[in-house]
Design a protein. Structure first.
Length: 255
């Protein structure tokens, strides 16, 4: 069965990450965001883009050469060709000491290129990831062999999600869904996070959670869930329960 556009994008990310892990052997980096949640914490939410943190010792030029060498590699493309990808178009849209970003278009037979993005950040100090293998079920779906990569564990992801919810410059209802997943499925407890985040930050996060609407959830999150999971959240009551559970957990975190 051919991959749908979400699966094709995900297969690209998985394949890219495999190649990247080999190129960055001995370097410190960590997969983060939606891809980390999906590949290592069994999130049902699909992601459009891939984000990673990387140590500052990997220079801009070095990382540029590594990523370009992967995207231009014929063996990398050959794994995508059976799934109707005829080529990869990549543009280096931002290349600074802080952020390096590639906008990628997967060329499909007779269709518009499928867009995605790969972004590396050097903003995180004291970067420390966990080494592990992507979810076995995910690897099995794409008939991919296991490989090891550095990523953020569930507690680290939860701290990052609280900070995202508290951010005054960010408004993304997916952060609420992700936080709920980490608490309900990934084994994170409010007690694990107590003293990890300032009370002021937690309070701002809780206030933002209260403001999210079901309409925003329908538009920003539901389209990125599988049909089976989507049916669980078609009614406003399920969304309100999700909000309440995250809000109560945030209150319990405050020391």
């Amino acid at each position: 069965m051919p991959y749908n556009i979400f699966e094709l994008r995900e297969f690209f990310h998985l394949s890219f990450l495999r190649h990247l892990s080999l190129k960055l052997t001995g370097r410190t980096y960590a997969v983060k965001g939606g891809i980390c949640l999906r590949f290592f914490h069994r999130s049902p939410r699909l992601s459009l883009d891939m984000d990673l943190d990387i140590e500052s010792q990997v220079s801009v030029d070095k990382l540029k050469k590594i990523v370009d060498s992967i995207l231009e590699n014929r063996s990398f493309l050959s794994a995508l060709v059976p799934h109707s990808v005829t080529g990869i178009r990549a543009a280096k849209t931002k290349q600074t000491e802080t952020t390096q970003r590639w906008k990628v278009g997967l060329r499909l037979s007779g269709e518009e290129p499928l867009p995605t993005k790969i972004e590396f950040s050097r903003r995180t100090k004291g970067l420390k990831g966990s080494r592990g293998i992507p979810d076995a079920e995910l690897l099995g779906h794409y008939k991919a062999a296991p490989f090891a990569v550095l990523y953020y564990d569930a507690a680290q992801m939860a701290v990052q999600k609280i900070q995202a919810l508290a951010s005054r410059s960010r408004y993304a209802v997916r952060d609420l869904f992700d936080m709920h997943h980490l608490l309900s499925t990934a084994g994170v407890t409010p007690e694990d996070l107590r003293n990890e985040v300032d009370n002021e930050v937690i309070e701002r996060a809780a206030n933002k959670v209260e403001g999210f609407s079901f309409q925003e959830f329908k538009e920003q999150v539901l389209p990125f869930l599988s049909e089976a999971v989507m049916t669980l959240y078609r009614e406003p009551k399920a969304f309100e329960n999700l909000k309440d559970e995250v809000g109560q957990a945030l209150i319990r975190m405050m020391s």
